[in-house]
Structure formats: C-alpha cells, structure tokens
Design a protein around this ligand. Structure first.
Ligand SMILES: [Zn+2]
Length: 208
C-alpha cells in the first residue's frame, strides 16, 4: 500500500494502537468474552461527515450501526430477496434486543438531493432505484415550502419516512406499543454540529 489513502489508514491505525488500545484493551476483551449488548440501533447515512460513533461519543459495544445512502429504511417486505437493512433490524431488535432505534438524517445529503433532482447519470443500476423509494415523499414536501427551505425539509421528510417504515415491521410496532422500544428521528447539521430531534409531526427541535 503506497497511495495517499493507504497512508491515511495506516497512520490512523498506528494512532489507534498507540493512543487508544492501551486504555480500551480491557473493554474489548470483555466484549469479546461476553458479546455485544448495544442499547441502540442507529441508521445513518453513509456520508463521511456524519459518523454516529463520533457524534454520540460512544464506546465499542454501545451502537449497532447501519449506514446507507440517505439513511433509508425500506418497508417490511419478507419476500426472500436480499434486504440488508431489514436483516440488521431483525437481528438488532430480536436478538440484541436494542431499546432504541435512531434514524439520523443530515444536512447537505447527496442522497436526498438525488431524490429531488435525480441520481447521477452513471448511478442508475443501484442508486437511482434506492433513492427512488423516497422521491415522492420528498417532492411533495418540496412543493410545500419556500425554495431556500427545500433541502432541509426534504432531509427531514426522509427521516419521517424511515420512521414510518420502521412501524411497518410488525415486531417493531409491537415492541414500540408495549413500551419496550423507542423510535427516534434526528437531523445532524454538519456545519453547526447540532442535532435536532423530531418532536412532533413535522417538527424538529435542537437536542439538549
Ligand atoms: Zn446523506
């Protein structure tokens, strides 16, 4: 490995071994011995600027993380096809028994932008149909707000869509009804570092 990305990865790994490992070794050993017991399953965007472990300053073993383009949860479709998000939800909820599922959207989301304006021309095999699942919800919102509010409103609409789709999974809806599972919608501002939480239909307010 001689290129720039390899250098960045290797020097990061060296810092991990040197600075982090000594303090975390016992913790990792405990997790290896006893297994993981994360309290929260989080679905965030793959965007490199919105890392849940950094934003929540979590330790290993605390978050069960799914990341995909535009933090989308497809609806419940047990049809034998390959559903990565649904598989993670099934394992996280039924086996790990997480107590909370968080959907974390974010500002400047390219996936949401693709819902509004179309996927890049050379991303028609997978990106276009993936973001297509949110297009109608996003475009409906876009028509209802001022032009300078469209991006933020669309990003929030995708968080709400994912929360709605979580409730199409019967074992999520049942656990939520019994008070065993909480669903939380968040939006991360990136430039201001502020998380805003979905507090009511269509309302996001700063956390804390
Ligand atoms: Zn994004």
């Amino acid at each position: 490995m001689t290129d720039e990305s390899a250098d960045a990865l290797l020097s990061g790994y060296a810092r991990f071994r040197q600075d982090h490992w000594a303090g975390a070794k016992a913790q990792y050993e405990r997790l290896a011995e006893h297994g993981q017991k994360p309290h929260t399953l989080i679905i965030a965007c793959s965007d490199s600027r919105t890392d849940p472990a950094l934003v929540f300053d979590t330790a290993p073993g605390q978050l069960f993380v799914v990341r995909n383009i535009a933090n989308l949860v497809p609806p419940y479709e047990p049809d034998g096809h390959l559903h990565g998000v649904s598989a993670a939800l099934e394992f996280g909820v039924k086996v790990l028994k997480v107590r909370r599922i968080v959907i974390m959207g974010h500002a400047y989301c390219g996936g949401v932008n693709a819902m509004l304006h179309g996927a890049p021309a050379d991303c028609q095999d997978f990106v276009a149909p993936w973001v297509g699942q949110g297009a109608s919800a996003v475009r409906r919102i876009a028509e209802a707000v001022e032009p300078d509010q469209v991006e933020r409103a669309a990003e929030e609409a995708v968080v709400r869509l994912s929360i709605d789709n979580l409730r199409t999974f019967p074992w999520i809806a049942e656990r939520e009804a019994r008070g065993e599972l909480t669903l939380t919608g968040l939006h991360f501002g990136i430039a201001d570092g502020i998380l805003r939480a979905l507090t009511g239909p269509g309302r996001f307010e700063p956390l804390g």
